[in-house]
Design a protein around this ligand. Structure first.
Ligand SMILES: NC(=O)c1ccc[n+]([C@@H]2O[C@H](COP(=O)([O-])OP(=O)(O)OC[C@H]3O[C@@H](n4cnc5c(N)ncnc54)[C@H](OP(=O)(O)O)[C@@H]3O)[C@@H](O)[C@H]2O)c1
Length: 249
């Protein structure tokens, strides 16, 4: 099985690394960013090119959602399987005379952060049973949690991930802006952040809510608003409104 990974960003790097660790041979890592490709190639000992796309049996496209369609058109081979790694896009976004699929790893990937790949849920969608078996076989070498998912369901998995990861991380970034503005070290908050996450392993998120909004401490909410401006103030008001609606306060 000849495999090519396309892209040189966060997911391309981690997929290439996960494959390498499990000794799944990768024929080539291909993309447009020669500098990044070279770094990945040197670290993982995988040939790379930003000019010539090798002939393969399986292409895994790991580029920005906006570019998946145009990049998929670079694959002119017919008798092959092509997968994208987007949580949101349908497999039909892939434009070519090959078999289309989706290979979605539900995790947040940054090049500089190591990951335990075996815990990552993988969601797979294919056109036929043979391709499903093939992608399950590959994903199962990397992860203990491989599932099939329709596009309809995957869209909602991705949307849930945006709330559970991307928004939460944005709140960390806004929180750090506030602590930085008062020269308060952000590491004071790390035990609190750890406990917030750990708690939902044991308690439903709705039952785990604390803070002035769920207590309906109106005076505190007003005074907090006076300390904020611009986007942070808007977020503060929106979040409190959402919390109070959820608890019918
Ligand atoms: N990051 C995550 O946590 C995560 C998790 C699950 C799934 N995904 C999905 O995985 C895919 C890749 O995401 P990512 O986070 O790895 O993105 P990323 O780190 O921003 O990297 C994007 C890659 O796409 C390349 N690219 C963009 N437009 C291109 C074009 N027109 N032609 C060729 N290459 C192009 C970029 O090349 P340049 O460096 O030249 O711009 C870069 O290598 C997306 O579909 C995303 O939805 C991401």
């Amino acid at each position: 099985m000849q495999i090519v990974i396309i892209g040189s960003g966060n997911v391309a790097y981690h997929m290439a690394k996960a494959f390498s660790l499990k000794k799944i041979p990768v024929l080539q890592i291909f993309g447009r960013n020669g500098e990044e490709l070279k770094k990945i190639s040197e670290e993982l000992d995988i040939p790379y090119s930003n000019e010539y796309l090798e002939n393969a049996d399986l292409y895994i496209i790991c580029v920005s959602d906006n570019s998946v369609e145009s990049v998929s058109q670079l694959i002119t081979k017919k008798d092959c399987l092509v997968a994208h790694t987007s949580g949101f896009l349908p497999k039909e976004i892939l434009k070519g005379a090959y078999r289309k699929s989706s290979f979605y790893p539900l995790q947040t990937f940054s090049k500089s952060k190591e990951l335990d790949y075996k815990k990552i849920p993988f969601f797979i969608e294919t056109e036929n049973e043979g391709d499903k078996q093939l992608l399950f076989e590959i994903a199962s070498k990397i992860s203990e949690n491989v599932m099939e998912s329709s596009h309809e369901k995957r869209k909602y998995i991705h949307l849930t991930a945006v709330f559970a990861c991307n928004f939460v991380n944005h709140l960390f970034a806004r929180a750090k802006e506030i602590s930085d503005s008062q020269n308060i070290p952000f590491n004071y908050f790390l035990p609190l952040i750890d406990e917030t996450v750990q708690k939902i392993y044991e308690i439903e998120p709705k039952a785990a809510q604390t803070g002035p909004a769920v207590r309906n401490d109106v005076r505190v909410l007003e005074l907090h608003e006076q300390l904020l401006k611009d986007e942070s103030l808007e977020i503060y008001k929106t979040m409190n409104h959402s919390i109070q609606k959820m608890y019918e306060l």
